[in-house]
Design a protein around this ligand. Structure first.
Ligand SMILES: C=C1C[C@]23C[C@@]1(O)CC[C@H]2[C@@]12CCC[C@@](C)(C(=O)O1)[C@H]2[C@@H]3C(=O)O
Ligand SMILES: O=C(O)CCC(=O)C(=O)O
Ligand SMILES: [Fe+2]
Length: 359
């Protein structure tokens, strides 16, 4: 029985005050505990892109004959891109958005019945990275790993089965899409299935992979310029596929450009390179630093499909991508070890896996 994501934080309890969430809707002013300054996050005030900025992550049509190269280029330059013609039915995206809105619209006491435990992954609460910041984030989240049945029964005693079906179908579609994207990106580097033996059993067998679904809600905020929806982070995944409702808020960071907003494109999905893909590609693909801002007029919802290998598979740079005269940039690591390193060292985790830490 492979170790599952749900066990990953058993030895890493974290105390987060899920139950002290304010009633976001009733606040006219931002409480001090939600007011961020550059002292709370050094990149908080880093150059935001002007509203007229033309540059943002590329939108790639998966039906385009050159899609693999476009994906490879986006992974090397931005670590993120949007996709159209991805094959996930619009009706399913709408169902997932409806489920997410309905979940966060429940009374807080009901949501707390499914609160995430201190050592758990699944359930309702603030993002796990909240423990690294002095200020609170203007958001609430719900994480799903494995079957959501038990949690959903507590949330919707009558309709939980319908919602479970939606999650199951969404995860099924997402895992096929994630695998397709991974191979398109790797193929663009000349890496094929024989070069990654743990993932190459046969392309229809995705049992080497696992995932978590993170639902996010960013309520309308009275003072968005001082608030933070989800603080800057990279995902620990191979790839993350993100659905955002029709409300801007996601930003990606580029050293040369600062924070760049990712405009919502109806029906499209955002793809982020995660830290494990950065490691696998020996640093050629960049795991993207991203965050979510909030606004004064429209609540924002997002759904992140966080995808990686089974917890005990060792990920190391593909040997074809390491020059014969150099050692790999990263040592090998399982997703379990990496999540645990991240739980303790947050954004330093990737450099801690590096083989050249003194540089
Ligand atoms: C598999 C996982 C990735 C994640 C930690 C988790 O165990 C489940 C939630 C994921 C999430 C979503 C919001 C941002 C993030 C950094 C966090 O705090 O929880 C990611 C984690 C991650 O990618 O490291
Ligand atoms: O809400 C967003 O746009 C970002 C969400 C995110 O980064 C995450 O869930 O990991
Ligand atoms: Fe993220």
């Amino acid at each position: 029985m492979p170790a599952m994501l749900a066990d990953v934080f058993r030895g890493h309890p974290i105390h987060l005050p899920h139950s002290h969430q304010p009633d976001f809707t009733s606040l006219r002013e931002l409480p001090d505990s939600y007011s961020w300054t550059p002292k709370d996050d050094i990149l908080f005030a880093a150059a935001p892109s002007p509203p007229t900025a033309v540059e943002t992550i590329p939108l790639i049509d998966l039906d385009h004959p050159d899609a693999a190269n476009q994906i490879g280029h986006a992974c090397r330059t931005w670590g993120a891109f949007q996709i159209a013609n991805h094959g996930v039915p619009l009706s399913l995206l709408q169902d997932v958005e409806f489920l997410t809105g309905s979940l966060f619209g429940l009374p807080v006491q009901r949501k707390l019945k499914a609160a995430r435990s201190e050592t758990g992954v699944s359930g309702y609460g603030v993002a796990r990275i909240a423990s690294f910041f002095n200020k609170q984030m203007w958001s609430e989240g719900f994480t799903i790993t494995g079957s959501p049945l038990n949690d959903f029964r507590k949330l919707w005693p009558q309709h939980h089965l319908n919602y479970c079906d939606i999650v199951e179908e969404y995860e099924e579609r997402m895992k096929k899409l994630a695998s397709k994207l991974m191979w398109l990106a790797l193929n663009s580097l000349g890496v094929s299935e024989e070069d990654v033996e743990w993932a190459s059993l046969n392309s229809a067998d995705l049992s080497w992979a696992q995932a978590a679904l993170q639902l996010n809600h960013y309520p309308v905020c009275p003072e968005p310029d001082r608030a933070m929806g989800l603080a800057a982070h990279t995902d620990s995944t191979l790839l993350t596929i993100l659905y955002q409702n029709n409300t801007a808020g996601l930003q990606v960071f580029r050293d040369d450009l600062g924070w760049i907003t990712v405009p919502p494109v109806p029906g499209s999905l955002v793809v982020n390179v995660g830290d494990l893909f950065h490691i696998l590609s020996n640093g050629l693909f960049k795991s993207v630093l991203h965050r979510a801002r909030v606004n004064q007029t429209r609540a924002r919802l997002s759904v992140a499909f966080l995808w990686g290998p089974q917890s005990d598979i060792k990920i190391s740079p593909v040997s074809k991508l390491v020059s014969p005269l150099e050692s790999p940039l990263y040592r090998s690591v399982t997703w379990r070890e990496y999540l645990q390193t991240k739980a303790t060292h947050f954004n330093k985790a990737l450099s801690m896996i590096g083989n050249h830490r003194e540089e």
